[in-house]
Design a protein around this ligand. Structure first.
Ligand code: IVH
Length: 674
């Protein structure tokens, strides 16, 4: 029997765990690291195991996962959707094997599979006669939420299997388990777009994916770049694979996306090496992973080992070292974006997180600072995940000294000193001064960037110099730069100045779509810019277009059309346009009337990897010249993916969707009309 002291210890642990679960699951704002959380949890598990009478029915150890939320139908799982126990070091992995060896002799000879532990939302996918019929969240492991409609919006989810022809028999009924995640690259792009639009940014990919999949409106889910990776067959008819490794192979053959680089290890030393290899590559992963999962390969043996609570004995999560640390927030810095949006960031006392020295971290937006009551001088928790920019989780309240003032939002622009404005319902504040030098620098940087006018040698540093020295007050001024003035800039010799002037000069030959993408019109990226350049020969025609006319263009909706129309009717932009015309920057569309054969008409392409003889931008122009369209992401509407060396995930997504992947030579053949 436990005494009163132990009883109060257990009560305190339960309270502590409940509080942190709330921060984590409900507020999406953990206060302690996962590692510290697991420590608390394990302490309680051990205590309860030793003194079972301390275990209360409402103890957090008695529930794993979140019960299904209101608003979704409930789907009972065909078998319990189990969780995993954790190991934090090599010893714990050896201990695990030791424990299970005692239960079954076969463990001594067993192989292991090492997989990434994906940090996303578990989903359970039901297929009947090869058709995706139902999908659920994990819920409490017994019953999940029916998120079928939301899952159908995921492009990587096969709606029908097999996706590609295979000799494999497809079970009449198959239930697959996977993880819904957001790739870091997509997460970055999403947050950047939200930030520029002055909207609230997301804290991490997992919360974004989980939030989006639990929206009651599937259209909202569809707006988020969620992907799927599958790793288990939960249930099914007929003959099912006997090993974990074969499961992955079969899932892949049926058309399910599976994690790359899963390995089979025959000894535990190999497993440890494999873990180390993942740790070393952690910064290069496309997605967030918080460890690896080590699984007994023989599924029958794994099953026979049984479960402890909700954790199977046949698998264990081997977690990566914690990447949450605390440091001092010396100052809150302010960044002025291209659209004038002001974003706060943390200037930190340098600190090492996961082998990298961190000096700055994201603070998201001013509402975040207010909600968390983050103050200059606070000690703060910092998290670094994969190679995502580190972010501040919140203040260490226990460490706060009494004299820190709450942070007050700036009311003037840190660059130009003009009053800031809050626009409509957007959470961000903006500097609306069209002459703000910080915005101008960002505008020039964007204007000259690779996807836009592609002016070599004109990055943010040079843009800063040009603006500081008063040589450039808008992008048209770039085309009026005098060689002597550029030569006198700091760090510029004759050669460098000549090169810059030449590169600017050459950019006059860029087609209309490039200039349109370069101008920084809201929501006009390279795809919309090309759509516009397909309809209008030059800026004169575009300036004369009405909003209704713009809306009729495929791919352009009401909001985008209004943004374009407004841009071309603002007095400041009209002045800029006249200046551009006078400076000889008045490009024509690349979409020829008739002399270039339009062999790629109505075909949509996606480019990925390094092509042998041209840059991707050159390939884009070439495709567009011949009537084709180039978009940034692969979907069922894509006709071809053109892949070069080291293609990214786009090539694998293409094969998932059955979109043909071709090389540069095959592209040329299409252009040639064969
Ligand atoms: S296997 C019975 N494999 O991690 C097998 N889980 O902390 C149990 N997870 O709820 C799961 N990647 O959502 C497995 N490669 C992987 C995984 C994985 C991520 C998640 C899963 C689970 C959680 C446990």
């Amino acid at each position: 029997m436990a005494d009163a002291k132990l009883e109060s210890k257990a009560r305190a642990l339960r309270e502590e765990i409940r509080k942190h679960s709330y921060h984590y699951y409900v507020e999406n704002a953990p206060v302690i690291s996962d590692y510290e959380f697991d420590q608390l949890f394990n302490e309680l598990v051990e205590l309860e195991e030793k003194y079972p009478d301390l275990r209360t029915p409402d103890s957090p150890t008695q529930r794993v996962g979140t019960p299904p939320a209101e608003g979704f139908e409930r789907i009972p799982h065909p078998v319990p959707i189990l969780s995993l126990s954790n190991a934090y070091d090599e010893q714990e992995i050896y201990d695990w094997r030791e424990r299970i060896s005692k239960l079954d002799d076969r463990v001594a000879e067993a192989d292991f599979v090492v997989e990434p532990k994906l940090d996303g939302l578990t989903v359970v996918l039901h297929y009947e006669n090869g058709v995706f019929v139902r999908g659920a969240t994990r819920g409490d492991g017994e019953v999940g939420e029916d998120i079928t409609a939301n899952l159908k919006t995921l492009r990587s989810l096969p709606l029908r299997i097999p996706l590609v022809e295979t000799d494999l028999p497809v079970p009449d009924r198959l239930v697959v388990r996977g993880e819904a995640i957001i790739y870091l690259e997509d997460f970055y792009a999403l947050n950047k777009a939200l930030e520029e639009a002055g909207q609230r940014t997301y804290v991490n990919p997992r919360n974004t994916a989980s939030g989006a999949l639990r929206q009651l409106d599937p259209a909202l889910t569809a707006e988020r770049p969620i992907r799927l990776l599958c790793y288990a067959i939960v249930d099914g008819d007929g003959e099912l694979p006997e090993t974990q490794f074969a499961t992955i192979e079969i899932l892949q053959a049926l058309g399910f996306p599976v994690p790359a680089d899963i390995r089979l290890c025959s000894t535990l030393d190999e497993v440890i090496n494999e873990y180390q290899r993942w740790v070393d590559r952690r910064g290069e992963l496309q997605y967030e992973a918080d460890g690896v999962v080590v699984k007994i390969n023989d599924l029958e043996l794994s099953d026979a080992l049984g479960v402890v609570g909700k954790d199977p004995r046949g698998a264990i999560a081997y977690k990566f070292p914690a990447q949450v640390v605390t440091t001092s927030l010396n100052e809150i810095g302010l960044n002025v974006g291209r659209t004038g949006v002001i974003t706060p960031y943390a200037i930190l006392e340098p600190v090492e997180v996961g082998g990298v020295t961190v000096r700055q971290a994201t603070l998201h937006n001013f509402d975040f600072i207010a909600e968390k009551d983050i103050r200059e001088g606070d000690r703060v928790y910092i998290k670094r995940a994969g190679d995502v920019i580190p972010y501040v989780i919140g203040p260490v309240l226990e460490a706060r000294s009494g004299d820190l003032e709450p942070y007050s939002m700036p009311d003037t622009c840190p660059a130009c000193g003009e009053a800031l404005e809050k626009i409509d319902a957007e959470v961000a504040v903006f500097c609306v001064n069209p002459g703000c030098p910080a915005q101008l620098v960002r505008n020039i940087e964007h204007f000259a960037s690779r996807g836009a006018m592609d002016i070599e040698g004109l990055g943010i540093k040079v843009a800063e110099l040009l603006v500081e020295q008063g040589l450039v007050a808008d992008v048209a001024d770039l085309y009026l730069l005098e060689l002597d003035a550029v030569r006198s800039l700091e760090g510029f010799g004759e050669k460098r100045a000549d090169n810059l002037i030449e590169a600017i000069d050459e950019s006059r030959a860029q087609p209309l779509s490039r200039l349109l993408a370069a101008l920084g019109i809201r929501n006009v990226g390279s795809t919309v810019a090309s759509d516009l350049a397909r309809h209008y020969k030059n800026l004169d025609q575009l300036m004369a277009a009405s909003q209704e006319e713009l809306e009729k263009i495929e791919g352009i909706g009401e909001v985008v059309a209004k943004g374009i129309f407004d841009w071309f009717h603002s007095p400041a932009n009209l002045r800029l346009l006249e200046k551009m015309r006078a400076a000889g920057l008045w490009p024509q569309t690349q979409y020829a009337d008739s002399d270039v054969p339009q062999t790629l008409e109505s075909l949509t392409f996606v480019l990925t990897g390094t092509l042998p003889s041209m840059t991707r931008q050159e390939a884009r122009t070439r495709i567009e010249m011949h009537g084709g369209r180039v978009t940034g992401s692969v979907s069922s509407k894509t006709d071809y993916v053109v892949a070069g060396r080291s293609p990214g995930s786009k090539a694998s997504k293409a094969s998932d969707l059955g979109v043909p992947v071709i090389d540069e030579g095959e592209l040329e053949a299409l252009i040639g009309g064969t």
